[in-house]
Design a protein around this ligand. Structure first.
Ligand SMILES: Nc1ncnc2c1ncn2[C@@H]1O[C@H](COP(=O)(O)OP(=O)(O)OP(=O)(O)O)[C@@H](O)[C@H]1O
Ligand SMILES: [Mg+2]
Length: 248
């Protein structure tokens, strides 16, 4: 459904993503990688907030990398950006409604009340907060609003950039279950650093390091990979350095 081919992108003439190719279809396509690997740069290049210097992003077989962000949203690609970007002074309900406007602009018949009920079923915490200004919510609750806003846009494809960042471990667990639930009906490209918890819910996984895809595979292949186990899961391999001895 979405293909990224030889995507090269960066900032002010410096290259961050170097010929990244991957595709994303049914279920969850997971992109993992350390801080600064280029995950958000990839997301920005897909959703049109950064113009790549080379390569293609194809959605439903059509190149979209030169389209402005609004036109990409109009094709049905919704985003949950890194750190929920809400309008802090607007009420929660009005932030969610922005997603609904996108669906309407695409000519979809929208029943906002029904959509709102659905996202409140998914995130029950939001129900009591609907009339509060978004800035008064906790980071995790704002993240839920950001996801709700994306879902009421009735997207065909959802791009989420590290949605679990900064959340309490219990909330992380709950959110991952919810993302898995949403992915039953909606293909998702998800970036995460939370390898242990997100790899098992993915259909396919790509590891990005320093702007390059260095490993791709099924969850089983990724979790069995020596390097992933050592570097990302903190397991000690046979090559792990011996415990330091006291200097004399
Ligand atoms: N707006 C920007 N201007 C200049 N350089 C940037 C900008 N955004 C990111 N970079 C640089 O691009 C590289 C990749 O950053 P990116 O935000 O894509 O990484 P990331 O994988 O999303 O990291 P994190 O897990 O910390 O969110 C980093 O070296 C970063 O300094
Ligand atoms: Mg990032």
């Amino acid at each position: 459904m979405l293909r990224v081919e030889h995507l090269t992108a960066g900032y002010y003439g410096s290259t961050v993503l170097d010929e990244v190719s991957l595709s994303s279809g049914e279920g969850i396509t997971l992109v993992i990688g350390p801080n600064g690997a280029g995950k958000s740069t990839l997301v920005r290049s897909i959703v049109g907030s950064l113009r790549p210097v080379y390569g293609e992003v194809r959605f439903e077989d059509r190149p979209i990398q030169t389209l402005p962000a609004e036109a990409i949203a109009d094709l049905g690609i919704a985003t949950v950006p890194e750190r929920a970007r809400l309008f802090g002074d607007l009420r929660v309900i009005d932030n969610v409604r922005i997603g609904s406007r996108l669906a309407k602009r695409r000519g979809e018949k929208v029943d906002f009340d029904a959509d709102l009920r659905e996202v409140c079923d998914l995130f029950p915490d939001l129900q009591a907060k609907l009339n509060d200004p978004a800035r008064s919510l906790s980071g995790g609750q704002q993240q839920m609003v950001s996801i709700a806003r994306a879902l009421v846009a009735h997207p065909k494809f959802l791009v989420m950039d590290e949605p679990t960042t900064g959340l309490h471990p219990v909330l992380v667990k709950e959110l991952i279950v919810k993302i898995e639930h949403v992915a039953r009906d909606l293909p998702i490209l998800l970036t995460e650093q939370n390898v242990l918890q997100t790899v098992p819910i993915a259909s396919h996984v790509h590891l990005i390091e320093a702007g390059r895809v260095v490993l791709s595979g099924t969850p089983g292949e990724i979790l069995a990979n020596d390097r992933v186990r050592r570097v990302y899961l903190g397991e000690r391999g046979e090559t792990a350095p011996a415990a330091p001895t006291e200097a004399g």
